[in-house]
Design a protein around this ligand. Structure first.
Ligand SMILES: Cc1cc2nc3c(=O)[nH]c(=O)nc-3n(C[C@H](O)[C@H](O)[C@H](O)COP(=O)(O)OP(=O)(O)OC[C@H]3O[C@@H](n4cnc5c(N)ncnc54)[C@H](O)[C@@H]3O)c2cc1C
Length: 431
């Protein structure tokens, strides 16, 4: 049977899941990725730098919102998208939230857990800092738990290398599924930036791209799936004359930092343990990589603490913010946090303060607000329907942009489930 061509724009969690599934089912898949194909073997400092796109993409990878407060957001521009720099924490999708929008992904969670090893760190695998914070959190009465993680090969797990530039191969990232799609016949076009969609009479027939050397090219297909991420997908829609949603969530977070009177720190995994409080406030331990620590101390003018990283323990406080503001066709984000968002952050900071104090930390301070999970900009129920289909025929979206609400939890597993569900739907519609 002839199978149709599928173009997928973006190779992060959403794009990789759809690519892997559709290639497995025998469709002719082409993946168009803005960034280069960086392997995760690049070393602790060089790898994140490369995966954020290097100097070339400095202003595309590190964005600051226009609003109050101004929020820094980062995204990776590389094969595998932000999973090449992520913390690898996994959280089961909140099923009731998705059901409210007509989306049932219960089976997909089970299926994905058969494909990727997802499990928490065992107590003996926890780092010193993660353990200190866990004990302190439990002392304050919180039900702190070890958080699930994505593994490719857990036997190779090392606290010092699981994060950026994981040379061991312990951590799973979306590049694994892109490579599987390629083995099943998919083609990956790196450094191909999708400028806009080719749409005629309400039906998409392909995409216009610019290559690394500035050449403009058109590619045609039966189905187009946008998976350029919470910022990338609305930009493409805006440049194609298709309305994207109004607003975005960014899962705003602050880091609470305190100091013990003895040295403890080596590199550790972020969010080894944590808790999601009922009102959409998530907390987790967050050992800061050296560069991130230095950046935060300078940004927050804590110069006297610049050399104290080896005594610091820190907690990430993240909230589920309202979808608000806008993204224009250049990717410029306007967004002001609501009073409700700010109150939640304050509430979370109070809880973090209590935990750090219970751990015996002193000189506690909080970083400026930043964001790391942009999404909701093409949300289900507004830009796409429950099958991730847009009003433009044969055009679908599958990435963080379709998440209908902020969840304040690591979103990768939810996006994978949506990708798997979309592939099932596409194969039922196009065969
Ligand atoms: C530092 C950091 C830590 C994180 N930690 C965790 C964690 O522990 N657990 C978790 O679940 N999540 C985590 N996340 C979030 C998670 O990585 C993202 O939510 C997820 O990767 C989003 O997937 P996506 O498919 O929506 O987009 P992305 O991963 O952003 O991928 C989109 C891809 O599209 C490409 N692209 C964009 N525009 C275009 C265009 N016009 N043409 C072609 N290609 C384009 C980009 O280069 C990118 O590769 C973290 C994110 C960051 C930045």
């Amino acid at each position: 049977m002839k199978k149709q061509d599928v173009i997928i724009v973006g190779s992060g969690v959403g794009g990789a899941t759809v690519a892997k599934e559709m290639a497995r089912k025998g469709y002719r898949v082409s993946i168009f990725e803005w960034g280069k194909d960086n392997s995760p073997q690049g070393g602790f400092f060089a790898n994140p730098f490369r995966c954020f796109g290097g100097i070339k993409h400095k202003s595309n990878a590190y964005l600051t919102t226009d609003g109050t407060p101004r929020i820094q957001i980062v995204r990776a521009i590389t094969t595998g998208g932000s999973t090449l720099v992520y913390g690898g924490a996994s959280w089961d999708p909140p099923l009731q939230l998705f059901e409210k929008y007509g989306v049932n992904i219960k089976d997909e969670i089970d299926d994905i857990k058969k494909e990727i090893i997802i499990r928490p760190l065992q107590d003996h695998e926890m780092g010193v800092s993660g353990r200190i914070i866990k004990e302190a959190a439990i002392k304050t009465g919180l039900k702190w738990k070890n958080i699930d993680r994505f593994f490719l090969n857990p036997d190779k797990f090392k606290q010092s290398s699981y994060l950026f530039g994981d040379k061991t191969g312990a951590r799973w990232d979306a590049r694994v599924w892109i490579n599987e799609a390629i083995k099943n016949g998919a083609t990956l076009y790196n450094e191909h930036y999708c400028e806009k969609l080719i749409i005629k009479s309400g039906c998409v027939s392909g995409i216009c791209v610019t290559t690394a050397n500035g050449q403009k090219k058109d590619f045609f297909s039966d189905i187009v799936v946008l998976a350029a991420g919470g910022i990338g997908s609305p930009v493409i829609l805006n440049n194609s004359g298709v309305e994207s949603g109004s607003g975005i969530f960014v899962d705003p977070y602050v880091v609470a930092i305190g100091y013990l009177d003895h040295k403890i720190n080596g590199a550790e995994v972020t969010r080894q343990g944590g808790i999601l409080l009922e009102d959409g406030i998530a907390l987790g331990d967050s050992t800061l990589p050296l560069l991130a620590y230095v950046k935060l101390t300078i940004e927050n003018k804590k110069y006297e603490k610049l050399l104290c990283r080896n005594k610091c323990i820190s907690i990430l406080v993240e909230i589920d913010d309202d979808i608000s503001g806008s993204i224009d066709k250049y990717g410029k984000i306007k967004k002001t946090l609501s009073d409700k968002d700010l109150e939640k952050l304050d509430k979370g900071k109070d809880v973090a303060l209590k935990i750090l104090e219970a751990a015996g930390a002193k000189d506690i301070w909080f970083s400026k607000i930043a964001g790391v999970h942009p999404g909701g900009s093409c949300k289900i129920g507004r830009v796409v329907d429950s099958n991730l289909s847009t009003d433009v025929k044969n055009l679908y979206i599958c990435d963080a942009s379709v998440l209908p609400e902020s969840m304040a939890i690591p979103p990768a597993l939810s996006i994978m489930c949506l990708g798997k569900r979309l592939a099932g739907y596409l194969s039922s519609q196009y065969n």
